[in-house]
Every structure is written in C-alpha cells, then in structure tokens.
Ligand binder design. Sequence first.
Ligand code: HEC
Length: 192
Amino acid sequence: MNSRSDKFVNPISLAVISIFVALLFGCVPVSQPEPPQPASVQAIAEGDIENGRKLFMGYAHFENEGPPCMGCHNLGEYGLLGGGALGPDLTNVSSERSDIELASVLSNNRWTKSPVMEPIYNQHPLTEREQADLIAFMKSSAGEPQEDKELLVLGISILATIGAAIAIGFVYRNRLRRIRAAMVKEAEKELL
Ligand code: HEC
C-alpha cells in the first residue's frame, strides 16, 4: 500500500496532473462573452433613436448577434403586422420604467430582469451603445396608442384561407368531371 501511494505521487505524474488541472481551470482560453454592463446615464442620454429602431426591428445586426426585439415585442405602429406576442407591448414601457430599469433589463445586470430574455442576451450581450439606442427608441413611442394587430392578423389569416380554398377549387375544377366521365365511359363499356 505504501509503495503504491509513493508511486502515485511521483513527481512526473504530479507535474502531469498539475498541468491537466491548470489547463482545465486556468489556462484554457474560455470564449465566454464579457459580462454585459448596463448602459450608463451618459450613454443613455446620447442614445440614437434611428439606430435603436433598426436594431429593434432587425434591420441592423447586434454586435454579439442577439435576436431582434421585434421577434417577441410590439412597439407603437412599427411593423406591418406588429411584433411578436411572447413579450409585453413596449409602446409605453418608458412611462412605467425608468431608464436605469430599462438598462437593467437589457443587460441582465441589476434588479429588473426578464427570465425569458436573460439566457438569450447573456449569450449575446447587448453593448452599452446598443442598449442606449434601444432605450432612446423605446422612449420615442411613449404616449402613442398601443396598436392591437392581432385582429388584423386574424382577419388576414381568414381571408387567406378562403382565398386558398377558392384557388384550389379553381385549379381542380375539372377534376371530378374528368373522373365522372371516365366512370361513365367504363359503365358504357360494360353495358355494350
Ligand atoms: C425571446 C423573446 C424576447 C426577445 C427576443 C426580447 N424580449 Fe424583451 N421580454 C420578453 C418577455 C417574455 C418579457 C416579460 C418578462 C418575462 O416574462 O421574461 C420581456 C420584457 C422586456 C422588458 C420589460 C417590460 C416591462 O414592462 O417590464 C423590456 C424593456 C424588454 N423586454 C425589451 C426588449 C428589447 C429592447 C429587446 C431586444 C433587444 C427584447 N426585449 C427582446 C421576451 C423577449
């Protein structure tokens, strides 16, 4: 037993184990993104509404490739059919939440967090600049009526279904007649 434990701690294996542990925990370059920082008051004051709009709608890409907000949120009258319905409507969010709270949601770094957004934007953090531009954009729609586009979407869906039924009916309008004609011909053959 003694000789076995002596062997185990021989300097070479110790060195190998140390290197292994060091590689595991310390020296391996980990490609984790920087922890997101909430936008500063100064950055928010300089937020660019137009760039915020592009980021929100997905017309411009986020630096860390996060998904556009429009996928889950509606804001004002933007988007023909509005945004996604998973998240709350953000048209008037800036009258309910302070700039700091908004920056906190966007950075997942303070008290106000969204359990749905946190895992996504922790993987793809929004830069301070992007948060500031998005906050400026969210503030720009304050006081506008919230547009409920769900009825519009429902109406369009119903019309599209009816349209598709008519189109299919038109395309196949001769189909039954052809089958019937074939059956009649078949029956005549048997009779004659
Ligand atoms: C995957 C869907 C999803 C995406 C993408 C998303 N959000 Fe959210 N967001 C939510 C949900 C859901 C909530 C409500 C809190 C919750 O349930 O997590 C929320 C909450 C918020 C809130 C707080 C609203 C309130 O009244 O408290 C803000 C502000 C916000 N999101 C802004 C954004 C912005 C800006 C983006 C784009 C960078 C974005 N969200 C992208 C789903 C999303």
